[in-house]
Design a protein around this ligand. Structure first.
Ligand SMILES: *Cc1c(COP(=O)(O)O)cnc(C)c1O
Length: 387
């Protein structure tokens, strides 16, 4: 049915009407007082969302723009870095770093498993000459639905004393607790189409004072992504180039909504929703791809066993107007993924579970007991509402 599409992908994510509406306003001059006031407000709210007093800068681009900016602004050609890789986005860090001529040592875990924080500790402790300049990883690995133990890994990086921590928090920012200052994370990347309840188009990068020291000495080529331009102008509530003005309107609105809900409530909602989906998936006789204890509250990956992922996805899309995501690379067809981050309520979870049950009833005849998944989701949600 037209105009009925519900996005349940791990980006792009649904956008509240209030956010969509302000995007329809006329653009205003980006050198105007009015726009400066918007930037000023946004800067404060971004620091609140990131739980940091560090600079949080905005780049026009998708999340990968922030990742690229993180690399080119902190490192030098041939610098040695340690990179965590347990999925598609970990791989992206490795490729990006190699594209800039960095010496990349990879700490790998199988897809579906978390990164081993002990492996980071061992390599970092062995580096007595302090040759490792950065430790780079993905917090919530969207391709597999795994959340890595960022707190422990950051602790090991801080004990090393020289290496910077650079983290892709694209599907953890605004979803799960990432206390940047408390954990001492140097560089944090995120993107608007994930937890921010916005359309794609803006990338965010938080930089610690130590990251700025590295920035001053970094020699990798950069111009549009040179963060020193962004820092200089942000002090004056401005931006170096023409910003995506209407997306800034959207950001201001989205951050206001998030602030009203409060960080604790946002984290709790994502936690509840993801647990309800997990309970429902198990009750429907399907298996979760990510290992127990490390399941991301933003995305759930489900194994397909005896049916075609494509069939499920197309029935969900064409009959029920719900868009889910396929697996990536070698997992295409072997898993499908449900995004439940950003503007997603308990009601959306009940809808998705009931819809999945109805589709599975069609494609796995005789193997689905109708109502079981939904009952599990309802029980999970109501047990959490009580406390
Ligand atoms: C979506 C996403 C990105 C950014 O991808 P873009 O398409 O550039 O926005 C990066 N890392 C993770 C973990 C993501 O989920």
């Amino acid at each position: 049915m037209q105009d009925k599409l519900t996005l349940m992908t791990p980006g792009p994510t649904p956008v509240p009407e209030a956010v969509l509406k302000v995007m329809g306003c006329h653009p205003i001059g980006h050198r105007s007082r009015e726009f400066e006031a918007i930037i000023q407000e946004i800067s404060g709210q971004l620091r609140w969302l990131h739980q940091t007093s560090n600079d949080v800068l905005i780049i026009t681009g998708s999340g990968t723009a922030a990742m690229e900016a993180a690399i080119v602004n902190t490192l030098k050609s041939k610098d040695r870095i340690l990179c965590g890789d347990n999925g598609k986005f970990g791989e992206r860090w490795v490729e990006l770093a190699r594209a800039y001529g960095l010496e990349v040592e990879v700490i790998r875990s199988p897809w579906g498993q978390p990164l081993d924080s002990e492996a980071f500790r061992v390599v970092l402790e062995a580096d007595t000459e302090k040759l490792i300049k950065a430790v780079i990883l993905t917090h919530s690995e969207t391709s597999t639905g795994v959340i890595n133990d960022l707190k422990s890994i950051s602790k090991h990086v801080n004990s090393h004393g020289v290496a910077l921590s650079i983290v892709d928090c694209v599907t953890s920012m605004g979803v799960v607790n990432v206390p940047i200052d408390v954990w001492g994370i140097d560089v944090v990347c995120s993107g608007s189409q994930k937890g921010y309840m916005m359309p794609p188009g803006l990338a965010f990068i938080a930089m610690s004072p130590r990251a700025w020291q590295y920035q001053e000495n970094s020699t990798l080529p950069k111009f549009y992504f040179n963060l020193s331009f962004y820092r200089k102008t942000s002090i004056k509530n401005s931006s170096p180039f023409t910003p995506a003005i209407n997306l800034y309107f959207a950001l201001k609105e989205a951050l206001t909504i998030m602030r009203q809900e409060g960080l604790e409530s946002i984290f709790k909602r994502h936690d509840e929703n993801s647990r309800a989906i997990q309970a429902a998936v198990k009750a429907m006789g399907l298996s979760l791809y990510a290992c127990d204890g490390y399941r991301s509250p933003s995305v759930t990956a489900i194994q397909t066993i005896d049916f075609e992922a494509e069939l499920l996805l197309s029935l969900m899309r064409n009959k029920l107007d719900i868009l889910l995501a396929n697996g990536q690379d070698h997992l295409k067809g072997r898993i499908f993924r449900i995004g439940h981050l950003g503007f997603v309520s308990n009601r959306d979870i009940l809808t998705i579970v009931a819809s999945m049950e109805s589709v599975l009833h069609t494609i796995r005849p005789g193997k689905v007991v109708l109502g079981r998944g939904l009952a599990a989701a309802i029980n999970e949600l109501s047990s959490r509402t009580k406390d």
